[in-house]
Ligand binder design. Structure first.
Ligand code: PHE
Length: 390
């Protein structure tokens, strides 16, 4: 009968009726405990963690409040002892309890359990050899191979849109511009009114603009930061404004409801259309290559007058006309113009003293041209197979 089986029965069930029998029943429990203790000390542990686990298991087996072996002795032997045996069972129980507490205390046990070292490939120590004989089926000790390379965290990289944004920023920073940013959640006033966009303009419609409430929206372009910056810094002002914009567009290969723009704004005395042309031509050659030709076409924006579109000579057909430039030989790359006097006024700048030029471009489009990407959706899909290429 194992010690567990013994302590789960009462003394009567075990047919222990006399004092001598009580003493030898307790002696058996004590010796079972002592044998277990000797066995775990003989077997040792592979490492600190295992040593602690072995010690705790022993302690719980004997001393756990509910199902520990000592608790069973208390419940089945002591409490259920017939009155005439109570005194001797009580004395024996107290003695057993003292012994178990002394022998199964975790830190004491741990200090007695030896650590077995088993170098890879070596014959092993006597102790571990003994252990192998004792448990022939047990798995061989795994020793970490210190010559293996460590875990590597893959290095991240900047998103292609961020890379292109920084590249464009760098060109303008080199010209003395500074970077300005503004909120993505914008008021109707800054996004439209201050930019001279009339109430009737189609872009104010629900179809193009994502409204939060009647006075608040997700900015549809970076131009509202023109006004904020003019009010904050006054003139002269040379800034570029990178940032995220939102439009209520159905996603397709060239439209995304979330996209990025870079705005440029120069305000100073004696600014003319020649400054705008010269600067944007310089920029196009820096970004697209020195041989790039630019062309300015008239256009319309409520906040610039006159307004234009900048196009670069198609790099794929060299201006001859192809599928990419829709046979025109030119690819449009930004909107621009001379800042409307009303816009300067909304920015708190005197239009009689200062003039300015501005442009706005879509960063995704630049990244698509630069890396020959044919679907704008790829930028927001977080597909590593795409992103890892940059
Ligand atoms: N804000 C315009 C747009 O989103 C671009 C633009 C900026 C045009 C500045 C002219 C001057 O299309």
């Amino acid at each position: 009968m194992t010690v567990e089986e013994t302590v789960r029965q009462t003394l009567a069930e075990l047919q222990v009726t006399g004092e001598e029998a009580v003493r030898s029943a307790f002696a058996e429990v004590r010796s079972a405990m002592e044998q277990e203790r000797q066995r775990i000390i003989r077997e040792g542990a592979r490492d600190e963690t295992e040593r602690q686990m072995i010690a705790k298991t022993m302690r719980d087996r004997w001393l756990a409040r509910k199902q520990g072996l000592l608790a069973c002795v208390d419940e089945n032997w002591l409490e259920k002892a017939p009155p005439e045996l109570k005194p001797v069972v009580g004395r024996q129980f107290n003695e057993l309890r003292r012994k178990v507490i002394a022998s199964c205390e975790v830190s004491g046990l741990m200090s007695e359990i030896p650590l077995m070292e088993e170098p890879a490939g070596a014959a092993g120590t006597t102790a571990s050899a003994a252990r192998r004989t004792a448990a022939p089926g047990a798995a061989r000790v795994q020793v970490t191979d210190l010559t293996l390379p460590g875990y590597r965290r893959p290095l991240g990289s900047l998103h292609p849109v961020t890379q292109v944004q920084r590249e464009i920023e760098a060109i303008f920073l080199g010209l003395g511009f500074t970077i300005e940013t503004g909120p993505e959640i914008e008021s109707v006033y800054y996004n439209f009114d201050a930019l001279n966009i009339p109430e009737s303009h189609p872009s104010r419609d629900d179809w193009d603009t994502l409204y939060i409430d009647s006075q608040t929206l997700l900015r549809t372009h970076t131009s509202p930061v023109q006004i904020r910056a003019m009010r904050k810094h006054g003139a002269p002002l040379y800034i570029i404004i990178p940032g995220r914009c939102y439009r209520r567009d159905n996603p397709d290969s060239t439209h995304s409801p979330i996209f990025h723009q870079i705005e440029g704004l120069a305000v100073d005395t004696h600014i003319t259309f020649a400054d705008l042309k010269g600067t944007l031509d310089f920029f196009a050659r820096k970004f697209f290559g020195e041989k790039t030709r630019t062309s300015f076409h008239p256009s319309f924006f409520p906040f610039t007058e006159p307004s234009g579109e900048v196009a670069i000579g198609c790099r794929f057909c060299e201006g001859k006309g192809c599928r990419i430039c829709k046979q025109s030989g030119w690819i449009e790359v930004m909107g621009c113009g001379i800042v409307h006097p009303d816009v300067l006024r909304h920015g708190g700048i005197d239009p009689l003293r200062y003039t300015g030029w501005a442009f706005g471009l879509g960063v995704e489009r630049y990244a698509m041209m630069k890396y020959d990407i044919n679907d704008i959706q790829l930028f927001l899909q977080s597909d590593m197979r795409f992103l890892e290429q940059f």
